[in-house]
Design a protein around this ligand. Structure first.
Ligand code: BG6
Ligand code: MG
Length: 220
């Protein structure tokens, strides 16, 4: 039977709970600097989206117009606050089931790639001690288009020597599932089925997941 050749993991919200830190930092910015609040529901539309695009979406949500220089200042401030939060992370912050699943993936001979839009991806992987688990790392420094553009996953597949239909994408973001699908890959949503409606399979987390069960669920 066919075997998947590469698994491509999103970082924020899949490997670590930094999706929550991004929300915290954007919310603080909206509250303290822009004078409005952003809900958790609105935050779903920011997941997987680049820093500058996220700020644009927040500004348009609050009907605020700023100059490019003002936007740059706010994006930098948000990132400073975000970096303060991630600097406190340790290997204990890796989400449940991830280490075991990466090990099972490696033992099955399947390549492991990171597909993240974040420019903070490498420092985070270093902090939580799993940088070496990845055969390829595609992050915000290597791409020009954020999700839902498929660029990040297509580059990952290329670096890992796999064709798109041999790849599986693991994502917590609506934009990330769309990026995986547009890349021609199978997608596993990590989160809620009513939000990640376009994913091939949705799981709450990767706890106790076996490669065989996944292969069956994705019809490999
Ligand atoms: C994605 C997050 O992984 O990275 C987004 O889901 C974030 O919320 C994007 O905006 C860019 O991250 P960073 O760390 O470069 O600001
Ligand atoms: Mg994510």
């Amino acid at each position: 039977m066919a075997q998947p050749k590469a698994f491509l993991f999103d970082l924020d919200g899949v490997i670590v709970d930094t999706a929550h830190f991004h929300y915290q930092a954007w919310r603080r910015l909206a509250n303290e600097k822009l004078g409005f609040d952003i809900s958790e529901e609105f935050n779903e539309s920011l997941k997987g989206v680049s820093r500058t695009e996220s700020l644009d979406r927040i500004l348009s949500h609050g009907n605020v117009t700023l100059t490019p220089a003002e936007k740059e200042t706010l994006a930098t401030l948000k990132n400073d606050w975000y970096v303060e939060l991630i600097n406190k992370m340790t290997p204990d912050d890796i989400l449940p089931g991830i280490n075991a699943f990466l090990e099972k993936t490696r033992l099955a001979g399947i390549k492991i790639g990171l597909g993240s839009v974040s420019k903070n991806a490498k420092p985070i992987l270093e902090r939580i001690g799993i940088l070496n688990a990845f055969d390829a790392i595609i992050d915000g420094t290597k791409i020009s288009k954020g999700k839902p553009d498929p660029e990040v996953f297509l580059k990952g597949a290329e670096e890992l020597g796999a064709s798109p239909n041999e790849c599986v994408v693991f994502e917590d973001a609506v934009a990330g599932i769309e990026a995986g699908r547009r890349a021609g890959m199978k997608t596993v949503g990590i989160g809620q089925p009513d939000i990640l409606t376009e994913a091939d399979v949705v799981l709450a987390n990767l706890n106790n997941l076996t490669i065989e069960d996944l292969r069956k669920a994705l019809h490999f």
